[in-house]
Ligand binder design. Structure first.
Ligand code: RNT
Ligand code: ZN
Length: 424
């Protein structure tokens, strides 16, 4: 572990290097610490949920693989793990809940009947930690999702069930917003689609739009408090040929209805750049929701690392100075490694990406480009890669009051020995 004196010395030098290219590291650190990251609760338990029924039903297009010991088995264990995670992350965090983490005290409450009271324990935990809550209807892992269709199902009774679920969820999100004093982002993702060439691509999309119309018609929900986002994708497990809620469907629907499009780093063709979509979508959309994830050959939801996709995504947000127009949320699940470490790695990598975006010498680069000096722009871009950002990141962690470097691993090892090893 570096001494505080060495950390400070390294930071001073780094600060000077950045000053040379016109970047103020102090401003960057302050801004990078202030961007809220919404931590997905579902890494803690491998996306199983807390309903007694789950396990037997199809996972619905997503899958956590691996058998590392220590998975959280109930809400209390999840919250205990999340407490440790929060203590190791610099900056502001939120918690992102899924509806099937309702705690009903053993009572069978189906998803169309959930109420704010079923999230009372999550809410009081969040309030005592002073963090905001985001939310997601759970349109998967349920018998009425087993066909692969939910809001776009051909049977009106099935659609009605999921519409009722979504309406219940929006009221819960609004309740969270009022109770925590911060708007709740609610993200709608449905697994709907087919494995093989459907005979009809039209009707499910018409039904999906109609179902959403019925959901968002609810006048009892204030859209300032409950911020609705919609997430499309290219394909999923069991929906390889056709996804009803595709990118075109959702960006158009969101634009027409003033909703927030959600872009997940794992939801596109491997050669598509999500970063490039930002400046296009944001000409028209006021805000976007970003799911940081890592697709390895497919939408595998690996733990986020500081890869090119993450870096270029936040570079675009920084260059467009769009921080007030994005919501950043994590979305990955890996059951093959320590789950607390998975959170810390993914959340730190996301915030590192944010810091790196803020440290970009964009003004210089733009000036070189405008002057027609392409060679100078390219040379500066290459130079920027070699600037000592690691020292700035260490300084950020230190100011954020959390372990520097990989020192957090010690706390994770202790927790594994004292807490996780006792879990069956
Ligand atoms: C699935 C979407 C969605 C889910 C979560 C659990 O492909 O990315 O965001 O991962 O709702
Ligand atoms: Zn996602």
């Amino acid at each position: 572990m570096p001494t505080r004196k060495n950390l400070r010395a390294a930071y001073r030098l780094a600060r000077a290097s950045y000053r040379d290219v016109g970047v103020d590291t102090e401003t960057a650190i302050e801004k990078a610490l202030s961007v809220p990251l919404s931590l997905h609760c579902w890494q803690a338990d491998d996306v199983r949920g807390l309903e007694s029924r789950t396990g037997a039903v199809d996972s619905g297009g997503i899958m956590a693989t691996g058998g590392y010991p220590g998975r959280a088995r109930n809400g209390d264990e999840m919250r205990a793990d999340l407490d440790l995670v929060l203590s190791l992350l610099p900056g502001r965090q939120r918690l992102n809940l899924h509806a099937f983490y309702a705690e009903t005290g053993g009572a069978a409450v189906d998803r169309d009947a959930i109420e704010p009271e079923h999230f009372a324990r999550w809410l009081s935990w969040a309030k005592s930690r002073r963090i905001g809550l985001d939310f997601n209807p759970t349109y998967f892992a349920h018998p009425l999702a087993a066909s692969g269709f939910t809001l776009s199902h051909a049977d009106p009774a099935v659609r009605r069930f999921w519409i009722a679920h979504a309406r219940a969820c929006r009221r819960i999100a609004q309740h969270f917003a009022r109770a925590t004093g911060t708007p709740s982002v609610i993200n709608h993702w449905v697994p709907d689609g087919s494995k093989d060439s459907p005979a009809d691509r039209w009707a499910p999309r018409r039904r999906l739009a109609e179902s959403y119309d019925a959901i968002f018609r609810d006048r009892a929900v204030d859209r300032e408090l409950c911020v609705d986002a919609v997430e499309g994708k290219l394909f999923g497990l069991g929906s390889e040929d056709y996804v009803v809620g595709s990118q075109e469907f959702y960006s158009s629907y969101a634009l027409k209805h003033g909703l927030v499009p959600c872009l997940d780093l794992g939801h596109y063709h491997p050669t598509e750049s999500v970063a490039d979509k930002i400046s296009a979508l944001m000409q028209f959309h006021k805000r976007v929701l970003l799911h940081t994830s890592r697709p390895v050959r497919w939408d595998s939801d690996h733990v986020v690392i500081l890869d090119d996709a993450v870096r270029s995504l936040f570079l675009e947000i920084a260059r467009g100075d769009a921080w007030d127009r994005v919501f950043v949320a994590l979305d990955f699940f890996d059951a093959s490694i320590n789950r607390i470490a998975a959170y810390v790695i993914g959340a730190r990598a996301t915030r590192e990406g944010i810091l790196l975006g803020l440290l970009d010498p964009s003004a210089r680069l733009r000036a070189a480009e405008l002057a027609g000096h392409g060679h100078e722009k390219l040379a500066l871009m290459e130079h920027a890669k070699a600037l000592p950002w690691g020292a700035v990141w260490d300084e950020l962690c230190d100011r954020g009051g959390v372990p520097v470097g990989a020192d957090w691993l010690r706390a994770v090892a202790r927790h594994e020995r004292d807490v996780l090893s006792a879990r069956g």
